[in-house]
Design a protein around this ligand. Structure first.
Ligand SMILES: Cc1cc2nc3c(=O)[nH]c(=O)nc-3n(C[C@H](O)[C@H](O)[C@H](O)COP(=O)(O)OP(=O)(O)OC[C@H]3O[C@@H](n4cnc5c(N)ncnc54)[C@H](O)[C@@H]3O)c2cc1C
Length: 370
């Protein structure tokens, strides 16, 4: 039943509305909101564990959920004044899905800059923003949008502004027909509307601080958990197949080639898991995440997870061959998992991270390994 549902969502590039409704019904969307604001009082560690568990079943749902938690955590940490007192209880109830609007035409995925600027209109701010990739944008109850501050003189003067769905006209601006991650339905939107000026998160706090303290750690740890969950789920399905009565007839578990390929896949996943847990512990215990060694660790996790989880699934396709590795209707779902994992290197492009890491490496001459 669940597999049929997943296949349909993948085929039609349809957002998993039922899964989102189930999360709303359980209050799960309030996971990282403190109990004092009606939330579940969860932590980044809970988001990582949820990403791993959801990823085993469906990487799109895992990404939708971990990215929502990333946005919610930014609100918890940085929203102030009337925005804080109004939005946190709403988020805490766990029914409000927050979409992320960061990518922009021209600057691509670069997180620390923005091109379109907010415009002041009395005490309000005018939002006029094309958003080329918005996961679940059609279903979102609110948006966290990066834009240039109204008085900005450089692209680096970025504001993170909250807008409720009813404050904006969110017009569909294109289709979503990707290779994988089809159920995220990250279609383009044109967002226009007006919000009170107090809906800027933490005015006066540099956007870089919000990114370094919350957005980047939640992104890299949450995404990596979703990818690792997806690859671990794929390995598990392959092992169930091989060890089933039908699989025992088909596969020779004494084959050295098969054993070596299974070993490689498992080794990759255990290495990413160790890196994920180590990076999580470091983030939990390091007050200042701007040190090169901490940033290298976070970026390195994203690079390794995106490369190794995909490579593990590639190993598995070789291990089980055409019927169960390459055809859509195999219960291993390797075909879809590989397509989904192909997005990982592009979701904040690995090229961009390698350049940043090259510069950070130059700054740490003593090579302080955290
Ligand atoms: C499944 C999925 C869901 C997503 N959901 C959202 C969402 O909800 N909200 C959102 O805002 N975004 C979302 N994104 C977008 C994502 O976060 C990235 O911003 C986006 O994939 C990057 O777009 P890009 O490849 O056009 O641009 P870039 O990453 O900017 O790269 C374009 C090309 O230019 C090269 N390049 C550009 N700059 C550099 C540089 N400095 N160094 C080296 N190479 C460079 C890269 O190699 C790349 O080939 C999603 C992406 C995916 C895959």
């Amino acid at each position: 039943m669940a597999e049929q549902h997943l296949a349909t969502a993948d085929r039609d590039a349809a957002f998993p509305v039922d899964a989102l409704d189930a999360m709303r019904a359980e209050g799960l969307l309030g996971l990282v909101v403190p109990r004092a604001h009606n939330g579940m009082g969860g932590t980044l560690r809970d988001v990582v564990d949820a990403g791993l568990a959801l990823g085993r079943c469906d990487m799109s749902i895992a990404l939708i959920f971990t990215m929502h938690c990333q946005q919610a955590a930014a609100v918890v940490e940085f929203a102030a004044g009337p925005l804080r007192s109004r939005l946190l209880p709403v988020l805490g109830e766990g029914r409000h899905y927050l979409a992320s609007v960061s990518t922009e035409s021209g600057k691509g995925g670069h997180v620390y800059s923005a091109r379109a600027a907010l415009r002041e209109e009395g005490a309000d701010l005018v939002v006029d923003r094309f958003a080329p990739v918005v996961t679940g944008g059609e279903q979102a109850d609110g948006f966290l949008i990066t834009m240039k501050n109204a008085q900005a003189t450089t692209d680096r003067d970025v504001a993170l502004v909250y807008a409720a769905r009813e404050q904006l006209l969110a017009e569909p601006a294109g289709d979503w027909q990707p290779m994988g991650m089809r159920a995220t339905r990250s279609a383009p939107l044109k967002l226009t509307g007006t919000v009170p000026a107090h809906q800027i998160l933490a005015p006066g706090v540099p956007f870089r601080t919000i990114a370094d303290r919350v957005l980047v750690p939640y992104a890299h740890l949450g995404w990596s958990a979703a990818w690792l969950g997806a690859a671990a789920g794929a390995l598990s399905r392959v092992l169930h197949l091989i060890r089933s009565p039908q699989g025992r007839k088909r596969f020779d578990v004494g084959s050295e080639l098969l054993l070596t390929r299974l070993s490689r896949a498992r080794q990759r996943l255990d290495a990413v898991h160790a890196q994920l847990r180590h990076t999580l512990r470091t983030v939990e215990t390091t007050p200042d995440l701007t040190a090169p060694s901490a940033q290298l660790l976070l970026n390195g996790l994203k690079l390794s997870a995106s490369e190794q989880c995909r490579a593990a699934v590639d190993d598995l396709i070789d291990a089980v061959g055409l019927q169960h590795g390459y055809l859509k209707d195999s219960p291993t779902r390797l075909e879809q998992t590989l397509r989904d994992l192909r997005s990982a290197a592009l979701n904040y492009h690995n090229d961009r991270l390698h350049l940043a890491d090259g510069r950070l490496t130059l700054l740490d001459r003593e090579v302080r390994l955290v």
